[in-house]
Design a protein. Sequence first.
Lengths: 356, 250, 67
Amino acid sequence: MDKVLIKGNEAIAEAAIRSGCKLFFGYPITPSTEIMEYLSKNMPKAGGTILQGEDEVASINMCYGAAATGARVMTASSSPGFSLKQEGLSYIAAAELPVVVVNVNRSGPGLGGLGPAQSDYFQCTKGGGHGDYRLIVLAPSKGQEMYDFTMQAFDLADKYRNPVLILADGFLGQMMEPIELKERPAVNLPAKDWVTNGCRGRNKRKIASYALTNEIGEANCMYWQTKYKQIKEEEQRWESYQADDAEYLLVGYGTCGRIAKSVVINARKHGIKLGLIRPISLWPFPENAFKRHISTVKGIVAIELNAGQMVEDIRLAVNCKIPVELYNRQGGMLPTETEIFQYVSQVFNLKLPEEG
Amino acid sequence: MQKVFTRPKGLTELPFHYCPGCTHGIIHRLIGEVLDELNIIEDTIGVAPVGCAGFSLDFFSCDFVGAAHGRAQAVATGIKRALPDKLVFTYQGDGDISAIGTSHAIHVAARSEKITSIMVNNAVFGMTGGQMAPTTLSGQVTTTSPYGRDSAAFGNPIDLPKIIATMDGAAYVAAVSADSPKNIIAAKKAIKKAFQVQQLGLGFAFVSVLSTCPTNWGLSPVESIKWLQQNMLPIYQMGELKVNKEVEAI
Amino acid sequence: MAKVTVFHEYCKSCGLCIAICPNKVLEIGDKANQKGYYTVRTNDESKCTGCSLCGIMCPDLALEISK
């Protein structure tokens, strides 16, 4: 198959078109804008509609409307813009509408900077908006995954009638890599017998998210939790790299997962049994990835571009039975393999063979 | 004997939950009649607001989608862009469209989005208990203007249809009222035209309807009608405020 | 000949129909419906012309007019 050299953001956009996404509503914000610019050129050629809304709030609500009609729809933004979408996402989750959202995480809080960050992890995986809802969150770590996970996102959104988030970062969005433009896989998806597209030939339908009594409210909440439980059981995704015999583990997603691989390779050269667990689904967090390591791994280092967010989920996943340390950079800075390796050696008091 | 006045097919049989004398019921009926007469019930999708009419989804016979507060026109844009051959309308209170929803009110007109928007203006935020809204009259007492709206501090009521009528993309804008049979009949004509504008794909159509709120105004239904006639009608520009050339032919 | 039918379970006793009727055909009755409203009734049906002004003012579709 042909490969093209394109930016990560463009890979997301091309995957959306090839996934049958016919509608995109967005607003420019660095470092996500290329997604909308690419779609402005190419979505109309593919018979779709792209509309730049008056703001991020407008665009997420336009997605809500379009999804209600059964269409595949996407929006893309970056941290401050993603913050604006929170109410809309809460409504979309409550109304159980399939929408694909992209957050190209940049450094915050506030206006922040344009550099890569993972400081939106809590916001993306723990709700962000009001109420007990969850987004399915996929974290690509390279251009091909920006493409592949976008295609999967549309299918997951339709399968579960839930919004799905692609959480990238400023680095991945801008980086150009060779991408294989794979065909959309054939997937069995449930029929959309709930859409509000005009009641010709059927009873009228409505899509709403209010509960008129507390009893109905609780019943709704329990129903949604049942769905999230099913997603937790069936959709945990991760990559295990040299982890089978590992005595120490690195855990990092996105760009950190990529850098971590180099650390593992280097550590192994030094005789240290280091492995990597690279979460791919951030929600549901891949707790299952850790089960087999709980009694054999001596220490874990989380590598994050934030003040320490995913590290909490790792501690929960191992039930606090293994020490979990954090190596982090913030504000748009990326760690080098060397500094990570130094930290791992130092925090676990590892004697490197040459020193021994 | 034949029925000369009866429930239109555009409404379901469900009794309205609105307060006694609230003109939401009248405006709902006008829309129901229009959907019926234009034979568009099955091709229409309505967007409900947050407000007293937030539960209106069950009162109309067509498909309905509930929107977040102020966002009905953005939701409607999404629906219409996905289904350009269907008819999409928003039904919004004055608080919904002229406070939190104003950016969308301007931009659907700017883009000449091919939807129909109905604004129901009762000069307060009704659902939440009668707080001051951007449409509250100068001196009007509400729960957040207990000494009367102080125009020096909080401004004067916004005339949204007048603003929208200045925009090129607005194909049809009308300001009507639900206070009397004569005005209700005119309101129905305007609402019907606003849907026909969409049927013909002529651009954004907007109808603002002055409405009573007996409960939050602290008046009886009959007194509320009089209050509207004496206080609201005189300060707003009424009638068809914008009629594009192609709309004239309707 | 004309007639106004009151659907009592829809009537909320708001009085808008009574205020608008040019022939004083309608009045508040002395029977409460399920919701506790004292619903409207006709007091002299012979005066009804079927003008439907009452129906136009009724916010609850509680009135049906026949001619």
